[in-house]
Design a protein around this ligand. Sequence first.
Ligand SMILES: NC(=O)c1ccc[n+]([C@@H]2O[C@H](COP(=O)([O-])OP(=O)(O)OC[C@H]3O[C@@H](n4cnc5c(N)ncnc54)[C@H](OP(=O)(O)O)[C@@H]3O)[C@@H](O)[C@H]2O)c1
Length: 301
Amino acid sequence: MSPHPPKRALVTGGSAGIGKETVRALAAQGCEVIVAARDASKGEAVLAAIQAEHPGAQLSFHALDLSQPDAVVAFAQQVRARWDRIDALVLNAGLFTPALRTGSTGHEFMFATTHLGHFMLTHQLLPLVEAAPAGRIVVTSSVAHFFGGGLDFDSLREPSPSTFLMAAPFRAYGRSKLANLLFVRELARRLKGSKVLVNSFHPGSVKTEIWRGTPSLFNALIAPGLISEREGAQTQIFLATSPALTQSGQHWFRKKVERGSRPSRDPELARQLWTYSEQALGIKHFGRPQGPVDVAQARRA
Ligand SMILES: NC(=O)c1ccc[n+]([C@@H]2O[C@H](COP(=O)([O-])OP(=O)(O)OC[C@H]3O[C@@H](n4cnc5c(N)ncnc54)[C@H](OP(=O)(O)O)[C@@H]3O)[C@@H](O)[C@H]2O)c1
């Protein structure tokens, strides 16, 4: 067992697919789990089922749309008011949208959710991860980050419909996953020397709800190769809990370090994305959130 087994984890997108299996595994280990996702009725039903399997588990569901920075800040304030430490911050929520959409900041929706939403959440909750004796941050990326190519910063806001024809949704998904990987590289660089380990991973091609947005012909072609949600969660669970882990800033697949695409290893691109994200979200001192936390109000919410 780890000298510091996780006592408390926060899992975004823990109401379905890969994240749900990680919540189940953490609950089985006696870890308290805070789950955030959009659909409250789905999330509460999933947690009730896991609770029934592990009656002593401490689980809570919180409705959150990561594409809305204000909602992320409000949620994080509630978390900071109620808890003082997070051992494992599992940034797992993600989605594929087959048509052009933008979030409240005007960014393409997949990028807004998977990158900007998690960037803001990490900014807000980093002090709690740093308060843990062996904090972990785990980001679910994908082999699809190879489709992202590089990052064209001019098209991250207000993408024009013409950029969304044909394979463009796959490219946009890949770009959001490339951003996940670059975020991990730069965050690990900034946290060097701290106790916090931050890593990303590819879960494999997993049979989850994420494929509801992909074309049916594509789904028919990939169906035979899909692995189960439980299998897909194994590297995530490893990165969140294993005492054997010492690396930070790496990308993983099947519990082994992978190189990732050339742009994903570009430190200058990672720095540019960091600056872009701070400016887009109005963050001045990353990991040092400002603003009072109204404990009483947060507890009532
Ligand atoms: N399945 C695969 O083959 C595969 C491969 C590589 C990487 N991934 C990555 O693995 C992660 C988990 O995906 P999955 O396959 O397990 O998909 P899933 O079954 O569709 O689960 C996605 C989770 O993310 C949540 N979510 C989506 N959009 C959100 C938003 N705007 N705000 C808050 N929560 C949101 C969903 O909750 P709601 O339904 O309530 O929104 C759900 O809990 C994603 O990051 C995905 O990109 C998956």
